[in-house]
Ligand binder design. Structure first.
Ligand code: PMP
Length: 357
């Protein structure tokens, strides 16, 4: 830190993204990326656009917003797009978060960072002991609410009806539903945006549409909330999405069936993974995401994480209270999961008595 950083940022604790080590080729199951390549036609669209990089991108993102509007049965005025959903979450906290924000105590690690960044008082709401969200904890609150559905890193969901109850009792505050993982089996709240002007649904092309490296997120909401987000975007960086990403997004939506078929593959692999892990005596939370959250009664999370890494498999471990026994394991391709199972069996065979797993 330099002596020039202004006071209010000095104690800011930045978000720590999942590690991307380069020392060897890992089976990478730690950042919830898709194991499948971008949709057919995306590479060609990006290459074609690369020849026009001397020109700024469209700040209104008209074509992409129209394509998203058609896909989700809304209008362009109901769609906001920006550089990854992280960008949109940041804008949303900036625009709607003050003076206080409520979110689950175990959830996406960026929420408290955005709260801190924008001087918003963070109110973490404890999950139940089974790691589910109690929707009644969010009844009639006095501030902004952010809930990931499915939640991360648990993968557990609320139903649309439960979220509707939260919306009804909080008409004076924005309720942000972060649907980064919704395409893997949860109920989307997009249909509720027509009814509730305080609902902001945020999604991403990073997971279900194999575009994490291109950085493209979108939000769907009442046109008022979208106009507010546009105001923030045009007050920071109007060209927040580059030409190649815009082209990739459009090409991806044209091949949306292929993306949704990949999601189904991930769902099938997830269910097979849950069974295999349970056979090894793991406790696995019920996940509707492209990852599972699991703990073993006789081998702690940090140990398993390190042993797996030494054997070339990367998973995510959070060294924080209540969840340090767990591993968050991204669902990869079936052959990647086979490597995971083989290494886990090897580790458990070497350390845990056979009758205990
Ligand atoms: N929300 C949640 C719950 C996430 O896990 C992630 C991925 N780290 C994001 C949002 C951000 O995704 P992106 O910026 O790649 O769209």
């Amino acid at each position: 830190m330099s002596r020039y950083l202004i006071d209010r940022y000095q104690a800011l604790e930045a978000y720590t993204p999942g590690e991307q080590p380069r020392d060897m080729q890992y089976v990478k199951l730690n950042t919830n990326e898709s194991p499948y390549p971008p949709a057919p036609g995306v590479t060609e669209a990006v290459l074609a656009e690369a020849g026009r990089l001397q020109l700024y991108s469209d700040p209104v993102c008209a074509d992409l917003r129209d394509a998203l509007a058609a896909r989700y049965s809304v209008t362009r005025q109901n769609v906001f797009v920006s550089n990854g959903s992280d960008d949109i979450l940041n804008f949303a906290f900036m625009a709607f978060g003050s003076p206080r924000a409520y979110f689950p105590d175990i959830s996406y690690g960026f929420y408290p960072v955005y709260a801190d960044l924008h001087g918003i008082a963070a109110h973490p709401v404890p999950l139940r002991s089974d790691f589910s969200i109690d929707p009644t904890d969010y009844t009639s609150l006095d501030g902004f609410i952010a809930i990931a559905n499915p939640n991360a890193p648990t993968g557990m969901t609320l139903s649309r009806a439960q979220i509707e109850d939260i919306l009804q009792t909080n008409p004076d505050h924005v309720v942000l539903i972060d649907e980064a993982y919704v395409d893997f089996g949860a109920e989307s709240c997009v249909p509720l945006t027509a009814k509730y002007d305080n609902l902001l649904v945020v999604q991403t092309f990073s997971k279900s549409r194999s575009m994490a490296g291109a950085r493209l997120g979108f939000a769907i909401a009442n046109d008022g909330l979208i106009a507010d987000l546009e105001k923030i975007k045009f007050s920071t960086n109007p060209y927040s999405i580059n030409r190649m990403t815009l082209a990739a997004g459009l090409a991806t939506l044209k091949a949306d069936d292929a993306c949704m078929a990949n999601c189904q593959r991930v769902i099938d692999t997830r269910e097979a993974t849950i069974s295999r892990l349970r056979q090894m005596r793991f406790e696995v939370l019920p996940s509707k995401a492209n990852f599972v959250f699991a703990r073993h009664p006789h081998a702690n999370g940090g140990f398993l994480y390190r042993q797996l890494k030494a054997r070339g498999v990367l998973v995510r471990h959070f060294d924080t209270p209540r969840i340090r026994d767990f591993l968050r394991i991204t669902i990869g391709a079936p052959e990647q999961m086979e490597v995971l199972f083989e290494k886990l069996e090897e580790i458990l065979d070497g350390t845990v008595a056979a009758d205990k797993y």
